[in-house]
Every structure is written in structure tokens, then in C-alpha cells.
Write a protein that binds this ligand. Structure first.
Ligand code: CP
Ligand code: NVA
Length: 307
């Protein structure tokens, strides 16, 4: 059966560890695996803007011997003109995998339902699982093991990154804390799924409103933009509601002295994070950005060898 990667808990804890091991192997020998030699083509579709995801998939597919086909929805029939299911039925005749950045998770579910090639979520309103593979790889490199670490997300707890931290962090056996104001808590069903995953891995999940309490003793502090793509009309209200949830030096001081700071980027310095933190010695954001390449290559090798 074709495997897809639409959310972080589509893979088991053992599979997540296997993909991260493979990512480290590919990072040390970038052209070691060529599952796309031919070249085979991978379609990478964008309904929303992107720098890191676009470049890391294009370069990663080329590293694996394949040909990336980057599609903007604005110039295609997808996006109101043709359904995700019909699009998939055309693409699967010609490409080896489909990568899609979109709005609703339901579109990805429809795209993958009867498709013979793997479908990869390159960010939806609900999840950003490729980013999480890169983040976990980066944390592993800096901290050794993932299991047992405390990871605290401060900010918009309902955004794709926060929800992916819940699922992926719980899968890795981490203690995941989310601190957000009322009205910005993660979806309850996602929290429940993360809790049930954490029960299997000895991790845990806490949803809080107090940023200092959430940051206390943490190994990793993360945040994300307060205004995710698609939420631009709510910008003024969001900046006001989230203003007490900035990651600054004082908040970092509550975490462990060797805590690291992460941000998937792009960042708004002075809003969700102060410049001295994101550009300071505890920040590992550039390693995190580079690891998009290695983590996604590992994901593609893993999915293609099972398809
Ligand atoms: N972090 C991330 O996904 O960046 P892009 O929006 O630039 O792809
Ligand atoms: N939460 C952000 C992530 C960007 C990579 C957004 O969806 O815009």
C-alpha cells in the first residue's frame, strides 16, 4: 500500500527514528542514494509562498537523481478549477511523488485517497510535518537523544507548527508544552492524538497559557510567526492578543542554561522573537533551515522504497 506523509503521526515512533537516521546518513554523504535516477519526476505544488520548502525539495530531488517539477497553483488547473482527486489521477501517470503546500488538510486527504504515488504535505493550515523532521534532526544533532527532552512552543498554539510539534514531539518521546493565549490553543482533537502517542513513547503534552511556566527548565524553546499565511486579515488582532508571548532574553532565561532556540522561518524580529534571541548564541535556526534538505531527502527515499 502506498504510504503518504500528511501529518506527523502518519509514521510510527520507530519509522520516525529510521527516517532521522537516514537523514544523518544522507547529510554525511549527500549523493549516496539515487532512488529517482532516470530521472524520475517529483511534482512540487505551491498554493502558498515559500523559500525554504521550494529550494530544499528542488535541490533534494535533484540530489536523489530526479527532476523536480515546481508548480504554482495560480498557473495550474488545481485550485477551484480541478479537484485534488482528478489532479492526482493525472499526475500519478507521470510523476513518482506529489509534494503539496496548501490550505486545508482535507485537500491533501483527497489528493492521497486513491493515489498510487506518495503524497507529502509541504505545509497546510493544520500541520508542517516536513519542517518537524528537520527540527527533530537539528535537536538530535545538538542534544543527542530526543526522548525525554522538554520542548516548549510559545505563541499561536493553533498554528501548523505548534500542532506539528505536538504530534511529532510526542512521537519522539519528548515532553511538549504549548503556551498560548486564550483563543489560540491547539485543536483539541490534535492534543488528544498527541496525548495518545505520548502514552506509547513516555512523552507528555501540556497546553498552558503562562509562557514563563511553559519555558521553565525547557531544553528547546520554539516559536513561529503570529500571522500565518492565510491569516493576514486578522493581523492587528493577532499582534495584540499575542504581544505577551514574545520569546525574549528574559523568557529564554527561564529555560535551561544550555537551551536552544528554534524558528522555522520566516521570522518577524521584534514580534514573536526578539532580535537578540534569534540572532544570539542559543539560536540554531540556520542549522534548522539547512536540515530541511537532508530530512526531506530521507523522507522521500523512505517513501519511494515503500511505494
Ligand atoms: N519554514 C518554511 O517552510 O519556510 P518557507 O515558507 O520559506 O518554505
Ligand atoms: N505558520 C507559518 C509557517 C511558515 C513556514 C505559516 O503557515 O505561515
Amino acid at each position: 500500500m502506498t504510504r503518504h506523509f500528511l501529518r506527523d503521526d502518519d509514521i510510527t515512533p520507530a519509522e520516525q527514528a529510521e527516517i532521522l537516521d537516514l537523514a544523518l546518513e544522507l547529510k554525511s554523504d549527500r549523493w549516496a542514494r539515487k532512488p529517482l535516477e532516470g530521472p524520475q519526476t517529483v511534482a512540487v505544488i505551491f498554493d502558498k509562498s515559500s523559500t525554504r520548502t521550494r529550494v530544499s525539495f528542488a535541490v533534494g530531488i535533484a540530489d536523489l537523481g530526479g527532476a523536480p517539477l515546481i508548480i504554482s497553483t495560480a498557473n495550474s488547473q488545481l485550485g477551484g478549477k480541478e479537484t485534488p482527486a482528478d489532479t492526482a489521477r493525472v499526475l500519478e501517470r507521470m510523476v513518482s511523488a506529489i509534494v503539496w503546500r496548501t490550505y486545508g488538510q482535507s485537500g491533501l486527504e483527497e489528493m492521497s485517497r486513491d493515489t498510487t504515488v506518495p503524497v507529502i504535505n509541504a505545509l497546510s493550515d493544520d500541520f508542517h510535518p516536513c519542517q518537524l523532521l528537520a527540527d527533530l534532526l537539528t535537536i538530535r544533532e545538538h542534544k543527542g537523544e530526543l526522548s525525554g527532552l522538554t520542548l516548549t512552543f510559545i505563541g499561536d498554539g493553533a498554528c501548523n507548527m505548534a500542532q506539528s510539534y505536538l504530534l511529532a514531539g510526542a512521537t519522539a518521546g519528548m515532553h511538549v508544552r504549548i503556551a498560548s493565549p486564550r483563543g489560540y490553543a491547539p485543536n483539541e482533537a490534535v492534543v488528544a492524538d498527541a496525548r495518545s502517542r505520548a502514552e506509547q513513547t513516555n512523552g507528555s503534552v501540556s497546553v498552558l497559557t503562562d509562557a514563563s511556566e511553559a519555558a521553565a527548565g525547557a531544553d528547546v524553546i520554539v516559536t513561529d510567526t503570529w500571522v500565518s499565511m492565510g491569516k493576514e486579515e486578522e493581523k492587528a488582532a493577532r499582534l495584540e492578543s499575542l504581544s505577551a508571548y514574545r520569546v525574549d532574553a528574559q523568557l529564554m532565561g527561564k529555560a535551561k542554561s544550555d537551551a536552544v532556540f528554534m524558528h522555522c522561518l520566516p521570522a518577524d524580529r521584534g514580534f514573536e522573537v526578539s532580535g537578540d534571541v534569534i540572532d544570539g548564541p542559543q539560536s540554531i535556526i540556520w542549522d534548522e533551515a539547512e536540515n530541511r534538505l537532508h530530512a526531506q531527502k530521507a523522507l522521500m527515499v523512505w517513501l519511494l522504497e515503500r511505494a
